[in-house]
Design a protein around this ligand. Structure first.
Ligand code: PMP
Length: 289
């Protein structure tokens, strides 16, 4: 496996960065998870744009242009001869001293690209659906650390994940400070009620997921009415269908939330249609390499 660090490729065992890197010391950096299908990178431009937006918000200067980063991603996939892959693109603040001050890292930002294979959930869960729970850890308040910033500090989500795993579940719903549904630990959430699609708006402390945007785009084309709307747990419990979206998970049905069976207890027809259309889109759209 060849890993890209600041313009050079290193074998996995040799791919190392400084212990003084503020990405390690403070989670000071930004990242993206991207997918490629059949030698095409899906929504590459959108991911790179979000990376630059996250970086701008934390005043992290990325040492490459958007075009150069796209080329580096493509070159890393080629170097690893990956036809279908998962790409982890990371930009850290770089090496500094033990203090917080990012000025000490000036000019040291580290760009890392790791490409690998990924299977987040076993195949049968896509047929049968996930069972999830709500956990006590709230999603970060947008006023404190905006979830729109896809930063290397994922402790908020990790705490929620620990609570889910401890209770015997793979994924969890995180609420916002008012008790409304925000998103899951690594995915966005949708519900379907009477053929209408609902997902929480960004102001609820929801990452503007690229898969989420893609689902909204597909829904528009399929003439499914879709709404970005406040969602309560009650509305999730009484929904006809529920599913999660994310680059790694794609679209995965949810059939039980906090012990309540969703709809018929099987993946619903709107979910299955969106899954099918999403799969088709990944086959025909993307940046070729
Ligand atoms: N929410 C969180 C907290 C995530 O980490 C992710 C995965 N990046 C998502 C939602 C889904 O976003 P995307 O569809 O862009 O992968």
């Amino acid at each position: 496996m060849e890993i890209y660090i600041n313009g050079k490729f290193y074998e996995k065992s040799q791919a190392k960065i400084s212990v003084f890197d503020h990405g390690l010391l403070y989670g000071d950096g930004v990242f993206e998870g991207i997918r490629s299908y059949n030698r095409m990178v899906f929504k590459l431009k959108e991911h790179i744009e979000r990376l630059f937006e996250s970086a701008k918000s934390i005043m992290l200067e990325i040492p490459l242009t958007q075009g150069e980063i796209m080329k580096a991603v493509i070159n890393t996939l080629k170097e690893n001869k990956l036809k279908d892959g998962y790409i982890r693109l990371i930009v850290t603040r770089g090496e500094g001293d033990l203090g917080l001050d990012p000025r000490k890292c000036r000019g040291n930002a580290t760009v890392i690209i790791i490409t690998d294979k990924i299977a987040l959930y076993p195949k049968e869960l896509y047929r049968e659906g996930l069972k999830i729970i709500t956990v006590p850890t709230l999603r970060n308040l947008p006023e404190a650390l905006n979830p729109q910033i896809k930063s290397l500090n994922y402790l908020n989500n990790i705490l929620a994940k620990i609570e889910a795993v401890y209770a015997g579940f793979d994924e969890a719903i995180m609420l916002d400070s008012l008790g409304y549904v925000a998103e899951c630990t690594g995915d966005n959430i949708f519900i379907v009620k009477r053929n209408h699609l609902y997902t929480p708006p960004q102001c609820m402390g929801t990452l503007r997921g690229i898969t989420r945007d893609t689902v909204l785009e597909i829904a528009r084309k399929d003439k499914i009415s879709a709404h970005e709307h406040v969602i309560t747990r009650h509305e999730v419990y009484i929904s006809d269908e529920c599913f999660l979206t994310g680059t790694a998970a794609e679209i995965i049905p949810v059939v039980m939330v906090d012990g309540r069976v969703i709809g018929t207890g099987k993946p619903g027809k709107v979910t299955l249609k969106l899954m099918k259309d999403f799969k088709e889109l990944t086959k025909k759209e993307g940046t070729k390499y």
